[in-house]
Design a protein around this ligand. Structure first.
Ligand code: FES
Length: 115
């Protein structure tokens, strides 16, 4: 496990993902209420940043053709994307009033190798 700091918790908007670079990868950090998720920041259909899409109901939408990806599993919910995107382990660290988000891009939660 190699967790690296991705951002401050306070930087993550409620309805959008935050684009960060962790290790060798572009990662989209998103939240659903109190739950946090880190997914590969590239649609599995074409080279579009998922962080530019809307976050809603624990999914992130690819703005180009509208596939939504489940933030928990990385799986697309609708066409045209058919392949999942990688999901990464995520952790909160630091004092209560100044939480930082850490992501490990050396392993994935869903077994998908990031592009
Ligand atoms: S590029 Fe994302 S659905 Fe087509």
């Amino acid at each position: 496990m190699a967790f690296e700091r991705a951002c401050a918790l306070a930087e993550i908007p409620a309805d959008e993902a935050l684009a960060v670079t962790v290790g060798a990868y572009a990662v989209a950090i998103a939240r659903d209420g109190e739950e946090l998720f880190a997914v590969e920041d590239q649609c599995s259909h074409a080279a579009v940043a998922l962080s530019e899409g809307e976050v809603e109901d624990c999914t992130v939408e690819c703005w180009l053709h509208g596939s939504r990806f489940d933030l928990r599993t990385g799986k697309p919910i609708g066409l045209p994307a058919t392949e999942p995107v990688a999901t990464f382990p995520i952790e909160l660290r630091g004092p209560e009033d100044q939480r930082d988000v850490y992501v490990d891009t050396e392993s994935t939660l869903n077994g998908v190798t990031p592009a």
